[in-house]
Design a protein around this ligand. Structure first.
Ligand code: SAH
Length: 215
């Protein structure tokens, strides 16, 4: 049975109000965050805190992103029902669940076996139909390419070329690019002509994107 108490539902509503105050305007994003039970993506020790606007440890030295960061990235993706989205960094599966809730077809790759195994079981259990992969996200997932949207949820030292090749014309990539101290959120839009248009959207903090699988 899914543990979702009135208290947790109330905390979720407060989180949505907080995100609205922080400037999130996409109603689809706010609705999805209002629905996805974030506490179930965390160890139950975090039950009380799960709807605070903070990242939390998910084991293996990784974190679930802060809700505001999830909201900003989801908003920048400009999701429409049925779009194919590739996520790099499945982690807890929370961001993937939010995108699924918004009607996207989500493909997500994770380089840490322990997280891939855990999240691959959790997502279907909670009713989220996300295709998960174990591998190095720098290489994307060529067998299912091209994608309409690509989201990177770890701080990238560079923009991986191979990933841009897997983006459809008209598509958008949302990527936090590290400058050594912090990550600058960037969107890269691939025009129908193939031309790439880059924009910056402020600074954030992410765990680093690493190369290769963990084993
Ligand atoms: N989207 C996740 C955020 C997890 S933090 C969530 O909602 O919980 C970033 C994740 O990216 C970590 O799980 C980390 O292991 C993963 N990661 C880092 N480098 C990667 C790479 N090259 N390929 C795939 N995943 C990677």
């Amino acid at each position: 049975m899914v543990r979702d108490s009135p208290k947790q539902q109330g905390n979720r509503k407060k989180l949505v109000a907080h995100l609205r105050e922080k400037g999130i305007v996409d109603e689809q994003v706010l609705k999805a965050i209002g629905k996805v039970p974030r506490h179930l993506f965390l160890n139950s020790a975090f039950d009380k805190y799960a709807y605070e606007d903070r990242p939390f440890s998910i084991g293996a030295g990784q974190t679930i992103s802060q809700p505001h960061t999830v909201a900003v990235q989801s908003e920048l993706l400009q999701i429409k029902r049925g779009l194919k989205v590739l996520e790099i960094g499945t982690g807890s599966g929370y961001q993937a669940a939010v995108l699924h809730e918004m009607g996207a077809k989500v493909f997500s790759v994770e380089r840490i076996k322990e997280l891939y195994d855990r999240t691959g079981k959790l997502l279907p259990k909670l009713g989220y139909n996300v295709k998960t992969f174990y591998g190095d996200g720098n290489l994307g997932v060529p067998v299912w390419a091209p994608y309409d949207r690509i989201i990177i949820t770890a701080g990238a030292p560079i923009i991986p070329e191979g990933l841009l090749d897997q983006l459809n014309p008209g598509g958008v990539m949302v990527i936090p690019v590290s400058n050594g101290d912090e990550e600058i959120m960037k969107t890269i839009t691939k025009m129908e002509s193939g031309e790439l248009v880059m924009k910056e959207h402020g600074s954030f903090r992410f765990v680093p994107m690493l190369e290769d699988k963990d084993q």
